[in-house]
Design a protein around this ligand. Structure first.
Ligand code: NAP
Length: 252
């Protein structure tokens, strides 16, 4: 296993209390980064419990972990998140845009609310976090956006999700050009199917069907994505920018 050393670096991972984001944060903690665990504080408070538990787990690995709740659908909350980071740790070296939702329906059944919710979180949220981070992201920093294979090869019933993820890929390519003079790299990862609560609603027989089509023979684990994030965030990848890397077990 490659052992990265991110000591002295500050990494923000949006939506890092569970799923892929939690795995990414944990890997940064193992590699010595100061971690910003970001989550969304839902009205019944269940996300906060997950966030606190995951922050404790990552702190136990010897890393400093700061936890902050912000809804990526609200510019003011995203700006407050950046103010918190500046106040606590002075700035940022790595931003991972991971927060996202899924509301699959065929276009006939998709409501405008389904469309807006997914675009607002999955695309506009990435725009808000990138924009708000620019003042505190240090030169030679890294932005890694978690897109989806659906942004490259869209699936039935995912008009909102695929459009948002294709938008994230386009945003990644533009930002890579705009930030290159500051030696900040901007890349996207396009995961295939990864075992998290997001795919919890897919019937097991569908998962088995997908697994037959995936050359590696299994759906992904969150760490399959996390390891590629750390690679893209490392100092060694300073000449790699504006790219989208499918992490799909060879699918597509
Ligand atoms: P997940 O387990 O459902 O986690 C989603 C994360 O996004 C949660 O931490 C959630 O925060 C956060 N989030 C949702 N809405 C938010 C909002 N309005 N403001 C702030 N945070 C919000 O999903 P996952 O599978 O780990 O997905 C992570 C990313 O990978 C997403 O961008 C997803 O589109 C992408 N992806 C996933 C798959 C897959 O098969 N799982 C495949 C391709 C791409 P709380 O925990 O606080 O609710």
């Amino acid at each position: 296993m490659i052992r990265y050393d991110f000591s002295g670096k500050v990494a923000l991972v949006t939506g890092s209390s569970r799923g892929i984001g939690a795995a990414i944060l944990e890997q940064f903690a193992r590699a010595g980064a100061t971690c910003i665990l970001h989550y969304w504080d839902d009205p019944n408070g269940s996300n906060r419990a997950d966030a606190v538990a995951h922050a404790q787990k990552c702190s136990a690995l010897g890393s400093t972990v700061h936890t902050y709740a912000a809804d990526v659908r609200h510019t003011a909350e995203v700006n407050q998140l950046m103010a918190f980071i500046k106040e606590q740790v002075g700035g940022l070296d790595i931003v991972v845009n991971n927060a996202g939702i899924l509301r699959d329906r065929t276009l006939r059944k998709m409501t405008e609310e389904d469309w807006d919710a997914v675009l607002d979180t999955n695309l506009d949220g990435v725009f808000r976090v990138c924009k708000a981070s620019l003042d505190i992201l240090r030169d030679q920093g890294r932005i890694v956006n978690i897109a989806s294979i659906a942004g490259l090869f869209p699936f039935h019933g995912q008009a909102n999700y695929a459009a948002a993820k294709a938008g994230v890929i386009a945003l990644t390519k533009v930002l890579a050009k705009e930030l290159a003079r500051r030696k900040i790299t901007v890349n996207a990862i396009a995961p295939g199917i990864v075992q998290t609560s997001m795919i919890g609603d897919i019937r097991p027989e569908m998962v088995a069907e997908y697994e037959k089509q995936i050359p590696i023979g299994r759906i992904g684990h969150p760490n399959d994505i996390a390891h590629v994030v750390l690679f893209l965030a490392s100092e060694e990848t300073e000449y790699l920018t504006g790219q989208v890397i499918p992490v799909t077990g060879g699918w597509f």
